[in-house]
Design a protein around this ligand. Structure first.
Ligand code: TRP
Length: 331
């Protein structure tokens, strides 16, 4: 039986960090053996917020691709697709824009939150409409499954609605578009070591997959711990300590022990942080090694992106042909 197809995407607006690792990259590595996996490097979507800095986007296309390869995604299995080089996505976006009301986009909770975060009081047409373009991302490839975090659920609903409307209206007897299912990631949010609910580039609290071992150690050193614990002799409260939460995620084997020692004042925060930094660096070392390889073989990265994009174009052109047929747009 043919493998089911997965499509997911990254906005190339900077390097990826541990939050991305926990929320999606780790999962992608597991899925690659079971599914026909495509990863979209969504540079057009990145433009919706970073249109004033296209040079940053260009640079980040490599960063994001290398981060993905470095975590262990296998270029013989996974395909990377460069969004702006797939005209089918742009064409489908136009057709789909007829099927989505402006009000439904205005009320989309993720659009609302992001617009508020970016301080848009008069958002662009492109930004408001990016869920429509995202629907094209997913459907041009006939993706069956889309692994995403919770914030993307409203966009998945837009996609599914478009597919249903399109098929009902234009292809009632023989559906053209595939209705995708959401694969919700179990851990979609990693808190920051500064106590912020989220790790994020713009929050200034990110540990990047590309950080050196020294940088990781110094970032962990400045983490917030239990504020009521002033000296080593004070018993700690691991349940309210961010460093402890990180042990739970990244140092699972020692977590229970770290908790006990903290509660019994047998380990101080400095040593506990050192342990955590060591665990993180253990995780990151093989990633660093693969990264070094791809950084020295950028041509290989370019070829990987080009060949994935070529395959995507073949599939996309076929989808556009079917869509145009169904819409009476072909002779
Ligand atoms: N919106 C996604 C994000 O911000 C990125 C993305 C673009 C995407 N196109 C997609 C995700 C298609 C899943 C499917 O993370």
């Amino acid at each position: 039986m043919a493998q089911k197809r997965i499509l997911t995407g990254d906005r190339p607006t900077g390097k990826l960090h541990l939050g991305h690792y926990v929320g999606s990259l780790q999962n992608r590595v597991k899925l690659q053996d079971q599914y026909d996996t495509f990863i979209l490097i969504a540079d057009i979507q990145a433009l919706t917020t970073h249109f004033e800095h296209p040079e940053l986007i260009k640079q980040s296309i490599y960063e994001v691709a290398i981060d993905n390869l470095a975590v262990g995604l296998d270029p013989n299995k996974v395909k990377w697709v460069w969004q702006s080089h797939v005209p089918a996505i742009a064409e489908l976006t136009i057709f789909y824009s007829m099927l989505v009301s402006v009000n439904s986009l205005r009320h989309n909770p993720t659009i609302k939150t992001e617009a508020a975060n970016y301080g848009y009081d008069d958002m662009t047409y492109g930004f408001l409409g990016y869920p429509v373009s995202q629907s094209a991302d997913i459907t041009f490839l006939n993706a069956d499954l889309v692994p995403v975090g919770e914030d993307q659920l409203p966009h998945m609903e837009v996609t599914r609605k478009i597919v249903r409307r399109f098929n009902e209206m234009y292809a009632p007897d023989n559906p053209v578009l595939v209705e995708p299912k959401t694969m919700l990631s179990t851990c979609s949010r990693l808190m920051g070591l500064d106590g912020n609910a989220k790790m994020g580039k713009s929050l200034g609290n990110a540990i990047y997959l590309s950080d050196s071992a020294e940088t990781v150690a110094s970032k962990v050193k400045s983490a917030i711990t239990d504020p009521s614990r002033i000296s080593l002799k004070d018993p700690g409260h691991p349940d309210i300590c961010v460093v402890n939460k990180y042990h739970q995620i990244f140092n699972t084997a020692e977590h229970a022990n770290v908790c006990e020692m903290c509660k019994n004042a047998q380990i101080g925060c400095v040593a506990c942080k050192k342990n955590l930094a060591a665990a993180l660096n253990n995780l990151l070392d093989p990633i660093r090694e693969r990264r070094a390889y791809y950084e020295n073989h950028r041509n290989e990265v370019k070829e990987i992106i080009e060949s994935g994009t070529a395959l995507a174009n073949q599939i996309g052109n076929e989808t556009v042909r079917k869509v145009k047929d169904a819409m009476h747009l072909s002779l």
